[in-house]
Write a protein that binds this ligand. Sequence first.
Ligand code: HEM
Ligand SMILES: *[C@@H]1O[C@H](CO)[C@@H](O)[C@H](O)[C@H]1NC(C)=O
Ligand SMILES: *[C@@H]1O[C@H](CO)[C@@H](O)[C@H](O)[C@H]1NC(C)=O
Ligand SMILES: *[C@@H]1O[C@H](CO)[C@@H](O)[C@H](O)[C@H]1NC(C)=O
Length: 495
Amino acid sequence: MEPLPMALLFVIPFLLLLRPKGLPIIGNMMMMEQLTHRGLAKLAQKYGGIFHLKMGYLHMVTISNPEMARQVLQVQDNIFSNRPATIAISYLTYNRADMAFAHYGPFWRQMRKLCVMKLFSRKRAESWESVRDEVEKLVKAVSANTGKTVNVGELIFNLTKNITYRAAFGSSSQEGQDEFIKILQEFSKLFGAFNIADCIPWLGWVDPQGLNSRLEKARHALDKFIYTIIDDHIQKRKTNVNGGAGGYYDPDMVDELLAFYSEEAQVNESEDLNSIRVTRDNIKAIIMDVMFGGTETVASAIEWALTELMRSPEDMKRVQRELEEVVGLDRRVEESDLDKLPFLKCCLKETLRLHPPIPLLLHETAEEAVVAGYRIPAKSRVMINAWAIGRDKKSWEDAESFKPRRFMKEGMPDFKGSNFEFIPFGSGRRSCPGMQLGLYTLDLAVAHLLHCFTWELPNGMKRSELYMSDVFGLTAPRATRLYAVPKNRLVCSLF
Ligand code: HEM
Ligand SMILES: *[C@@H]1O[C@H](CO)[C@@H](O)[C@H](O)[C@H]1NC(C)=O
Ligand SMILES: *[C@@H]1O[C@H](CO)[C@@H](O)[C@H](O)[C@H]1NC(C)=O
Ligand SMILES: *[C@@H]1O[C@H](CO)[C@@H](O)[C@H](O)[C@H]1NC(C)=O
């Protein structure tokens, strides 16, 4: 190629990079409320499927179109698979000692392998069992309150908290749960808090929200909590190894991780799982990933599914008719029934399309890249708007409406990650490793709640009055909790 056209090729895409104009340095920092999935979707209607924002020194690129999402998550995923980390995230994850916030590389690969094979795998029967047990407790709790108004949202959040807490720490340690949840809630706030030092490092000393001392306190609280738990588990392991008789116990996630414990971290390129070594910081950070990754996401999906179905009585009737025909009103749903409930699955898919629990996938570029002709600088924060993509008018007919039937058609997109118009679990290297466990909880909880009970809105509230807003954080649950009145539906006794 001649020198001149070659140069033009590079220059033109650079000039084409669209960006809403902003002040120098401060850039678009006044746009905080626009930086949610909804705000960014609006900007995308104006500026297109890819656009650029500058916050202080930070470059942000937003992707809101399926084809460009494919570019980023599949075609060029080797460049786009890092994670951005704010000061809060780096501090609270022990400088990315976990999997979810680790950069793409050998350390992340080993952590991911460890988690996928040892923690989230179908082979770890204990996790699946804790789902069944806790769903059972949920049905009991609801049936003790039939005819009364129940805070369904909180009940479901308690369910998923219990599931992840048990999977992580075992069932013996319920006492610490309230303390742990408090610590995590503070973490969640700190993860979401806007810190000016992330955009303009030399302004860090200003710290008007007192973030620095809150960060220190929160990390100290978690340290103390998990140190006790890890020490207890080390003790338990010793007695189990030496104790011999009756040494059987259900290993929880901390036990599984302790099998790889060593004082020194060790990153080893070897493909052998047994060569992985993790430190206390790694164990703490991974347990945090599980609590954050598995609790609000699943709770949000269950609550949205029930809310959408209560707003759409025809679909509710059809799901319940399916349950009646496949399972029958004379017994409870069992695991083997789940695969015979196609319409229920469609309702859950439609829920994940309209309400992906993680609306914005956060990635970072490892080096400079070009997408759709636009140059994206190295270390840019890339936000893939899964929420906007699920509502893309070119990909979805009547995109804003809840219409589970659409998924009954042959050849409709699936969320496994190869249809980029539907990516509630992401796609590719950084996609959700807990998908199966999450879907199992979602399926089982919704099937039980709809098979055992009919649901009515409290105090003559109308369907149209159901508040459909979401709030923005790492996840996007409903802005208000769902309240409803359950009535028994089965002709057999529930227990
Ligand atoms: C309905 C339930 C769930 C949904 C919709 C969901 C969705 C997602 C999404 C969208 C991502 C990010 C993908 C990306 O950045 O490209 C993710 C990552 C992750 N999820 Fe989930 N998730 C769910 C349940 C779970 C559960 C139950 C667990 C664990 C027990 C879990 C653990 C994680 C972890 C550790 C990551 C980070 C992976 C990495 O960075 O390599 N998730 N999830
Ligand atoms: C959820 O758990 C909290 C704390 O354990 C408890 O106070 C609350 O009553 C529970 N909510 C419901 C609806 O069961
Ligand atoms: C969660 O576990 C606690 C302690 O075992 C229990 O009291 C509560 O009812 C459980 N919540 C749900 C929703 O199952
Ligand atoms: C990686 O692990 C293998 C097997 O345990 C060992 O032989 C090798 O020396 C290790 N490499 C490094 C760099 O530690």
